[in-house]
Ligand binder design. Structure first.
Ligand code: AMP
Length: 289
């Protein structure tokens, strides 16, 4: 595995690979790898000649009171893990190279970003699509892999790729979970022991909501209330949101009569956790967008 820090070197390397008819699969990350990340890399390895993974904790997607400084980082461990998984190029750009001067061009999102995480994290998804546009231009992948744990991010990246005609195929990958159901996340290290015990209830609550649909319930308010009750009764977390929206449009629905995402965000003391389930009007889980 080769480590590249220079933007120009990465772009030249990609151009050279493309000239050799190599297909590049790309996984964008903020590092502190867990199995959720490595599953994206493994999938990319199966489907491409070359895998490029980036680690960049993007300041643009963190709000002023969010955890940019505290976000967990471990470059050495990540390097070992990426090498083991078979990543070919680990791209580690520096902030001053990605943003040498204040940006003159800003990206605006008209839809899909004012609900769920976008509501409580204004500017977050604009920061995400800005950095991804830069990374896509530098790495020029044929395919890019994103986790469904961040379902809204997948919906926004889907729009980015289509609206701006990036010649890239977006591959959504199912959420990787701990044995007890908790979605793997770099932020899980910030849970106290007690919170860690409670955290699988988020997945439990989502499944209870889905079960209502399996049993014939279609009323969104009833499903959302059930999920909220489970979280409030079984965790010490503070709910940021529980929402049920059409997917990938992310529009409000009063009845479940099409593919929907049921999504939660819950604040614990030092970590805000998110999770979701995607299912059809019968409550059957769906993988693709
Ligand atoms: P992050 O480093 O948190 O920005 O995540 C990088 C990529 O890994 C994103 O596409 C995430 O959706 C994905 N990812 C993070 N956690 C998981 C998980 N538990 N299962 C599947 N994908 C994940």
């Amino acid at each position: 595995m080769e480590i590249i820090r220079s933007l120009q070197e990465m772009q030249l390397k990609s151009l050279e690979l493309i000239r050799q008819n190599k297909q590049i699969g790309f996984v964008a990350t903020m590092g502190f790898f867990h199995e959720g990340h490595t599953n994206l890399m493994k999938r990319a390895k199966q489907e491409n000649d070359i895998v490029v993974t980036s680690i960049f904790v993007n300041p643009l997607q963190f709000g002023p009171s969010e955890d940019f400084e505290q976000y967990p980082r471990d470059e050495q461990q990540d390097t070992t893990v990426a090498e083991q998984v078979g990543v070919d190029y680990l791209f580690l750009p520096e902030i001053q190279d990605m943003y040498p001067t204040p940006l003159i061009i800003s990206m605006n999102i008209e839809d899909r970003a004012d609900v769920l995480c976008g509501r409580s994290r204004p500017g977050h998804f604009e920061g995400v699509i800005t950095v991804l546009s830069k990374l896509f231009h530098i790495i020029q992948p044929s395919k890019t892999y994103f986790g469904m744990k961040d379902a809204q991010q997948v919906a926004v990246v889907d729009a980015l790729i289509k609206d701006l005609n990036f010649p890239i195929e977006l591959i959504p990958v199912s959420t990787t979970r701990e044995k007890d159901g908790l979605a793997k996340s770099s932020r899980n290290v910030y849970l106290t022991n007690k919170e860690r015990q409670e955290a699988p209830q988020l997945y439990g609550a989502l499944n209870k909501g889905r079960k209502l649909v399996v049993d014939g319930e279609t009323n969104t308010d009833i499903i959302v209330k059930e999920v909220m009750d489970v979280i409030n009764n079984h965790t010490s977390g503070r709910i940021d949101y529980v929402e049920l929206l059409s997917y990938p449009q992310l529009e409000p629905v009063s009845v479940v009569n099409r593919p929907v995402v049921l999504a939660v965000a819950v604040h614990f003391n030092r970590a805000r956790l998110i999770d979701n389930l995607l299912f059809d009007e019968y409550g059957n889980l769906i993988k693709q967008i």
